[in-house]
Ligand binder design. Structure first.
Ligand SMILES: [Zn+2]
Length: 450
């Protein structure tokens, strides 16, 4: 319970006099992590130089930034789990997009119970540091933490491109009815607080679509579909995460955004500035969707940073980059059938090994181009920043180059043998949910599963 002390009262009075109109007393959040799928310097550098990403520009000016190397295979659930654990996929156990239900030939999307090691949210929780985790991939079922977790499957996978409903339906009045199943949030009852924030693809307004397409009235609805559903998902989590950060004030907040990757898969080849030959009408309608999505995420980050205040450190990381495979592009332009090493089919663009990181905040060097890091270094770096040791059995280590000498003097990097005490975690078998077919259809459309 918070007691209304004289100090708090003063703060409230001062806040009511403040003219900036933002949240009165910022949440006590000390560290915010934005997971931005496939964010890369190909796109970021050009946009920052052109003044199109004011939030990222400020973070780069005030923080340390560099290339975050992805691992093998360059796929999202594996790499986001490496980011969250500090270890490679063979050790954490998430090695594919899907896994087989034992005794059957059925495969379902990977689930959090398959993870064999602790994630940073488990380690922080055990050390009395509270956390708020939003939409991580994979994060269903939500885990018991010191704080809250919204599983990625809290957002209902809804109508597919072919109009097939999964995970949710609408009644005659148009009200959304979501299939009930456990584990969408921790604590379980938090789901009721998330529900008002859910928007689905058909809730996205023309004005919102026009943020991505030059004029959405003239776009092909099938070509809108992927920007539309992933925007609905990211928007739902962005709005809920911000409200929950203000309300629950976790010490560490981490939120994952998928849309930068999804729109790169579908709209990368409409970008003339990336060397593609595009019909003028298509270039106008679809040529800026990727960049416009980065702008949207930049705006979302600005809202969080405003709410948290200047003492909160900010981390932006991606699980891999995104790039044109130049050799495949030549063959594709000749009309050959191609497939990238990462698994994408029929197009010469896909994930690349060079992701991005930015760390900005008290104790961190500013305007500093840091040494390259790796996805497995993120968790050790978070632990070091929060004053915890790193573990010798992790594959990564803290990116010490980002810390000021004064910070390192006060908080020298310390080690323990392992955090894997207690029962061995992790099951080989995935769990089933009503959303499995919907998630698989979206992965299939990207060419990642058969
Ligand atoms: Zn990814």
């Amino acid at each position: 319970m918070k007691r209304l002390t004289a100090l708090a009262l003063t703060a409230i009075v001062l806040a009511s006099l403040s003219s900036c109109g933002t949240e009165e007393i910022g949440p006590s959040t000390k560290l915010m992590l934005f997971g931005v799928d496939s964010a890369n310097w190909n796109v970021l550098t050009a946009m920052i130089e052109e003044g199109e990403l004011p939030t990222m520009a400020r973070l780069v000016q005030t923080g340390s930034f560099g290339v975050l190397k992805s691992g093998i295979p360059i796929q999202s659930p594996q790499m986001w789990t490496s980011i969250a654990t500090g270890v490679v996929p063979e050790k954490h156990g998430i090695t594919r997009f899907v896994a087989e239900i034992p005794g059957t030939d059925r495969e379902v999307p990977v689930t959090s119970n398959m993870r064999r090691v602790k994630a940073f949210w488990n380690i922080l929780s055990e050390n009395d540091i509270s956390v708020g985790i939003v939409g991580w991939w994979p994060s269903w079922p939500a885990e018991e933490v010191n704080g809250f977790m919204l599983a990625q499957r809290a957002w209902p996978v809804n109508w597919s491109a072919h109009g097939i409903p999964f995970g949710a339906a609408r009644d005659e009045s148009g009200r959304l009815i979501v299939d009930e199943f456990p584990g969408r949030s921790y604590p379980e009852e938090l789901y009721a607080e998330f529900e008002p924030f859910i928007i689905t693809e058909e809730d996205v307004t023309a004005a919102e679509l026009d943020r991505f397409f030059a004029d959405s009235r003239f776009t092909d609805p099938r070509k809108q579909f992927h920007a539309r559903w992933v925007y609905a998902k990211d928007r739902s989590f962005a709005d809920a995460g911000l409200a929950f950060m203000r309300k629950y004030e976790p010490d560490v907040l981490a939120i994952y955004f998928q849309g930068t990757d999804v729109v790169s898969h579908y709209y990368w080849g409409y970008q003339e500035d990336m060397g593609y030959r595009v019909e003028p009408a298509d270039a106008r309608l679809y040529g800026n969707v990727v960049r416009n999505y980065y702008r949207f995420i930049d705006d979302v980050m600005a809202d969080y940073i405003d709410a948290a205040g200047p003492d909160c450190a900010v981390i932006v990381v991606s699980d891999h980059g995104f790039e044109t495979k130049e050799d495949l592009k030549v063959r594709w332009e000749r009309g050959e059938r191609i497939r990238t090493e990462e698994g994408g089919k029929d197009v010469p663009w896909d994930h690349g090994v060079d992701g991005a990181f930015v760390f900005s905040g008290p104790g961190l060097r500013s305007g500093h181009r840091a040494e390259d890091g790796s996805v497995v270094d993120v968790t050790p770096t978070i632990l070091a920043y929060m004053g915890l040791p790193t573990a010798r059995d992790m594959d990564g280590s803290p990116i010490t180059d980002i810390f000021t000498p004064a910070f390192l003097e006060e908080h020298p990097i310390e080690y323990v043998d392992t955090f894997e005490t207690g029962e061995r975690r992790g099951d080989d078998a995935p769990l089933e949910s009503p959303m499995d077919e919907g998630i698989k259809e979206k992965l299939r459309a990207l060419g990642y599963i058969e």
